[in-house]
Design a protein around this ligand. Structure first.
Ligand code: BTN
Length: 227
């Protein structure tokens, strides 16, 4: 990952460019700014200069149930990058990295043909949106963005090797970093509340309802709120 990096000052969205380009596996698209950065569930992702906005083009043989593992791989990579800066990040299922319960990073994975685009956004030296947080807020100083980018790529490369050999290991690593045993509300078609007890081998959220019933929540068009 990262043998080839394509850099733009400004583009619409690194995910969109990654989707449209015919490039080899491991190619990374990165931009200083995105004019139309996207988040999950058709949300806008504000991407001013100072943050890390990038997409990795992967070409693994995936079944639909493998996609959450690719998302986790990205989130673990971000947590490890933050660790290098002595910032303790945790994963909020399914695709966020939080610091002090505030969002510092989000992952947007999209599958097109044989390509899986792993889009990663991290608030670093930019002003984070409301309710979010950036690396500079945690450390009270700005950091070297290129260094952070390099560290992230190294971690992603290592994690992708692990994923290819043993996808279940990625789920285990993600589980250790996940915020669990907290009351949550899952918002999808309807709303359900319960306690997020864990994730299963495919990365589904194990939710214990107040009635005691246990439900598994598929990664998909759902979002999670801590209560
Ligand atoms: C989310 O939290 O909903 C996911 C946010 C993903 C943002 C990244 S920034 C790089 C890549 N390009 C995009 O348009 N989105 C992802």
């Amino acid at each position: 990952i990262g043998k080839r990096v394509i850099y733009y000052q400004e583009i619409s969205s690194t995910n969109d460019v990654a989707k449209s380009l015919d490039v080899e596996e491991g190619t990374v698209i990165i931009a200083d700014r995105q004019a139309r950065g996207r988040g999950r569930l058709n949300r806008e992702w504000i991407s001013p200069e100072g943050g890390l906005w990038l997409s990795v083009v992967l070409k693994p043989k995936v079944e639909p149930q493998d996609i959450p593992k690719i998302v986790f791989l990205g989130a673990i990579g971000v947590v490890r990058m933050l660790e290098e800066l002595s910032i303790p990040g945790r994963i909020k299922w399914p695709n966020d990295v939080l610091v002090n319960f505030k969002k510092i990073s989000g992952i947007l994975t999209e599958k097109v043909g044989e390509k899986v685009i792993l889009g990663i956004g991290v608030n670093v030296n930019n002003d984070a949106p409301e309710n979010g947080i950036a690396v500079k807020d945690v450390l009270n100083r700005k950091v070297d963005l290129v260094e952070a980018f390099k560290t992230l790529l190294e971690n992603l490369d290592e994690l992708y090797e692990i994923y290819l050999e043993s996808p279940e290991t990625i789920v285990e690593l993600a589980r250790e970093l996940m915020i669990l045993n907290v009351p949550v509300k899952v918002i999808g078609d309807g709303e359900i509340t319960g306690v997020a007890e864990g994730i299963d081998e495919d990365g589904r959220l194990i939710l214990r309802l107040d009635s005691g019933e246990v439900r598994k929540i598929l990664y998909g068009d759902v979002s999670l709120r801590f209560l």
